[in-house]
Design a protein. Structure first.
Length: 370
């Protein structure tokens, strides 16, 4: 009938504060993954195809109920984001480039036929949740909280179709520091994370469930994450839930190169950390190295290793931050960057630049005070 559907509108937020707050204890890394270390509140917003977005609510963290026929439970109409809020050394709480996460969330939601929304509204709702929970859950300089915006198709229908109802919610959870050196197991030929024309560029749940068998195998064999390869050429793509970088001395020019896989094939996630590493390196390391996004193979890495040209490698993402990679196992061969461990000069440099922005030691537009 031509009536426009209601837009997601943070100014309509209805707030209900919990009457039974949780007990706070600092994040416990030994419990990581085993617990539901969420904060006191969450944000929810319902969408229906007849009305559009209903008023968002900030309310006590609680269970949700879904119909057994909810779209997300059958057809993987689910996507999510992951970002952190950091308590700076000046006492202020900052998000790191939240507009990038909000934009990617829209890309992901669109890819699975879930509703669209103004990305700014997501950013504003994240800030609203922090306004209520940050004082208790991000208590001291140097602490942070993990934020998980999520979209699920909740429409009731077993027919395979675009969901007619959806739920957007934001939860926050404690998270240990996970930037220890990493060992990677290269994926086998029968375990492909993403492919051209697929959805590897979207942060949809459907990319993660099917990766867990390989992840489990890596851990059983003593590795931390899978290094995802693509194609019979064994192109290097990304590492677990992080993007992957190498510092290589070029064979032809003898110059250092910071190398990572390109976004054009749409098989890797456009990581906010990846983007930031590239931008900072281009701005601050231009005299020392070329910063390149290009396809490269395990063969290229093995050759660089054998010729002593593989200087450093690291994984970069919100969860594992910037983690040096000390070992890559690929078809019976161990590839170890010359400076894999603690003392990777460039790895450390890049990491400390990012820390300074996140915790407000360096004024930068990427650190958004909430
Ligand atoms: N690749 C994958 C597959 C991921 O899940 C993530 C985590 N979001 C990343 C890379 C890193 O992205 P970001 O730096 O935005 O956390």
């Amino acid at each position: 009938n031509g009536t426009a559907l209601a837009e997601l509108d943070p100014s309509k937020l209805k707030v209900t504060i919990t009457s039974s707050p949780k007990a706070y204890s600092s994040p416990d890394s030994t419990q990581w993954g085993m617990m539901d270390a969420t904060t006191d509140h969450m944000i929810t917003a319902r969408w229906t195809d007849t009305h559009g977005w209903h008023a968002p609510e900030l309310r006590p963290y609680a269970r949700m109920d879904l119909w057994p026929t909810a779209s997300c439970l059958h057809y993987a109409t689910e996507c999510f984001e992951g970002l952190k809020a950091y308590r700076g050394f000046d006492g202020k709480v900052r998000l790191f480039r939240p507009s990038r996460n909000a934009a990617r969330f829209l890309t992901s939601s669109t890819r699975i036929a879930c509703p669209t929304f103004p990305p700014d509204a997501v950013e504003e709702l994240i800030k609203a949740l922090l306004a209520v929970d940050a004082a208790k859950w991000v208590p001291e300089p140097g602490t942070f909280i993990y934020i998980r915006p999520t979209m699920i198709g909740t429409g009731r229908a077993l027919g395979v179709q675009k969901p007619r109802e959806a739920l957007f919610y934001i939860i926050m959870a404690q998270f240990p520091k996970l930037d220890n050196p990493m060992k990677l197991l290269a994926s086998s030929e029968d375990s492909i994370r993403a492919w051209p024309g697929g959805f590897g560029f979207a942060k949809v749940g459907a990319n993660y469930g099917p990766s867990l068998m390989a992840q489990k195998e890596a851990q059983t064999k003593g590795y931390d994450q899978i290094l995802w390869l693509f194609g019979k050429e064994a192109y290097v793509t990304e590492a677990g839930a992080s993007n992957f970088f190498c510092v290589i001395k070029s064979k032809t020019t003898d110059k250092l190169e910071l190398v990572t896989a390109p976004l054009d094939d749409k098989i890797i996630l456009d990581g906010v950390t990846r983007r930031s590493v590239l931008e900072l390196a281009r701005e601050r390391l231009a005299d020392e190295m070329d910063v390149v996004e290009r396809r490269y193979t395990m063969q290229d890495l093995a050759e660089a290793h054998d010729e002593g040209r593989l200087v450093e490698s690291f994984a970069a993402g919100t969860a594992f931050f910037v983690a040096p990679v000390t070992d890559i196992h690929f078809r019976g061969k161990d590839i170890r960057p010359a400076k894999g461990g603690e003392e990777g000069t460039y790895t450390n440099k890049i990491k400390s630049w990012l820390v300074d922005i996140m915790y407000g030691n360096a004024a930068h537009e990427w650190g958004v005070v909430v």
